[in-house]
Structure formats: C-alpha cells, structure tokens
Design a protein around this ligand. Structure first.
Ligand code: LP5
Ligand code: MN
Length: 272
C-alpha cells in the first residue's frame, strides 16, 4: 500500500466503485485498493438500526476494499468470549465470515468497552486482533492506529479504572465468574460511567495534547495518526518537531455510520 497525499487534507479520492478503481477481483467482487477505518459502533441488540447499518456497510462498502480496521468499541460491551453463542453476536460473526469469504481483511483493536474480546471471538469471526497502538504502512505512509482512550490522561478517574481492568490478573479473576455475574457488574459500571461522564468537562474527556505528542515522538513521528474514542470526528494538522502530521479522529455510529477511507490519493471521511 502506498499513499501520495501531502497532508491528508481535502484530497480528491477515487470512490470505491468498480468503474473507477477496480484493480482486483476476488470471488467475483471488484476490489479497489483502499483501506477503511471505523470505531465506536457500540453494537448491541437493542440498537437494531446501527446493527443494520453496519451489516449493510460490511456487505456493500467494506467488501470492495482491501482491508477494514476496527479501532475499538465495536460492541457496546464485551463480557468475555464465552458470550459468542448469543444470537446477536452470532449474527455479527456470520457477517464477518461472509466478508472474509469475499476477501476482506479485517483487523480489530480493543476499545475501552470490548477489551475482553480474545482469540475465540477473533477466530470465529476470522478477524485479526491488533495491539494498541499499532503502526502500519498505509500506501507508503507510516500511520499510527490507536483506540484513543489511553491518551485521555486528564481523565484521572478513568485512567485509574483503566489500569485496574487492563491488568491480566484482574481480568483472569473477572473472567472466572459466571457470565451472568459479569454482566451484572458491567451494568453497574456502565451506569456509574454515564453518571460520572455527565459531571466531567468536555476537555477532560478529550485526548491530552502532550500525550499525543509523546506518543508520536515515541513512534518516530508517523505522518498519520488515526484514532477514535472521543466521538469528535475531525482532521487535525499537527506540526511537531518539524514533522507535519495529520491526526484523524473517527466518528461514532450513535446516530449515523461513518468511516475513513484511505487510498493512493489520501484519506477522506465519509458519512453513510
Ligand atoms: O465508553 P465511554 O466513552 O462512554 O466512556 C469511557 C469511560 N467509561 C468506561 C466504562 C464503559 O463505558 C462501560 C463499561 C464497559 C464494559 C467493560 C467490560 C469489562 C470491564 C468490567 C468491569 C466490571 O470505559 C469513561 C470516560 C470516557 O470514556 C471518556 O474518556 O470518562 O470513564 C468513566 O466514566 C469511568 C469512571 O470515571 C470511573 C469508574 C470507576 C469504577 C470503579 C469500580 C471499579 C471496580 C470494578 C470491579 C467490578
Ligand atoms: Mn471508547
């Protein structure tokens, strides 16, 4: 993959239709050379319109791309891989399998709601789990991918909570409980989180600029950074130690789906 975009800004992209950019045919599906990025879908059985939008996106849009990167919070919550038999989860797994049969490479990164997704789910869905952060070569440009919650360093309450639930031993103990017990505790945390978020300022719940700079420095100033979590979709131009970096923040799927598409020409956000 390589990309010719200068700063990621306002680049004209060829769309994913066969007539414009078809360069590979897999199982009679016309493929364009592009990578798609989404996050924060928060799929759950009680929001069927978003599930329908996602399944439609997989079937009709993502299937025509080379790869799909899901940068966390695919699900509203994930209580453990022993919940894959749930009919709603089976529906999503079936859709991923269909996409895999169509030649779509799907990568998944944990979010703060579905970090308990493990190999059993990934193997059933034929998707590849990637670490947060991950660096990829995006059409010749270095791109850093992250969910983004780790960068919200001003949200001290959340970071304390995060350290606890990301601890291996804590997770082993949590997962040793019954599924029903786990779901009950998750429900309590979800309620508490909603209550506490209503008291937090918008700034506290955004990424911290110094944390972003430090991460970009650690990874050698990649030209692109793509993350979600904050639900503030935007393209940010960063000038850091003489490096021009574009930070793309992905949108959530609460009201409407959206994705970022990148190809040889650059990246562009698209509303469904
Ligand atoms: O997701 P979002 O954007 O709405 O909010 C996040 C932070 N909240 C969370 C909680 C999740 O939304 C809901 C839980 C998901 C299920 C995880 C499954 C496994 C864990 C099981 C735990 C029992 O991540 C929110 C941030 C916000 O992003 C913006 O960055 O502010 O953080 C909070 O609101 C967290 C509170 O500030 C702190 C909660 C403390 C809870 C302490 C109890 C810990 C004991 C747990 C053991 C049962
Ligand atoms: Mn999140």
């Amino acid at each position: 993959m390589s990309i010719k975009d200068k700063s990621g800004q306002d680049s004209e992209l060829s769309d994913l239709s066969c007539s414009q950019a078809c360069n590979q045919v897999t199982s009679s599906i016309c493929k364009s050379d592009s990578a798609l990025f989404i996050s924060d879908l928060h799929l759950c059985a009680t929001r069927p319109h978003i599930t329908a939008a996602f399944l439609d996106f997989l079937r009709n849009i993502a299937i025509k791309a080379q790869s799909l990167y899901i940068l966390g919070d695919l699900f509203e919550y994930w209580a453990g891989d022993d919940d894959i038999d749930d009919p709603f989860h089976q529906q999503v797994i079936a859709a991923f399998n269909k996409a895999a049969e169509g030649g779509l490479q799907v990568y998944f990164m944990h979010g703060n709601r579905d970090f308990l997704i493990a190999q059993r789910f990934c193997q059933s869905a034929r998707i590849t789990l990637i670490q947060d952060p991950t660096i990829i070569d995006l059409y010749g440009k270095k791109a850093l991918l992250s969910h983004g919650d780790d960068l919200c360093t001003d949200d001290l309450m959340y970071q304390t909570f995060r350290r606890q639930v990301r601890d291996d031993q804590w997770q082993a103990e949590f997962l040793s409980q019954s599924l029903a017990q786990r779901k009950k505790q998750i429900e309590a945390i979800r309620n508490r989180s909603e209550q506490e978020k209503s008291q937090k300022s918008a700034e506290i719940m955004d990424v911290n600029a110094e944390a972003v700079s430090a991460l970009l420095k650690t990874y050698g100033y990649p030209e692109l950074m793509i993350h979600g979590h904050t639900h503030r979709p935007k393209q940010h131009a960063i000038n850091l130690a003489g490096h021009k970096i574009t930070r793309w923040v992905l949108g959530d799927w609460y009201e409407q789906g959206s994705y970022l598409v990148c190809n040889q020409q650059g990246c562009q956000d698209v509303q469904l």
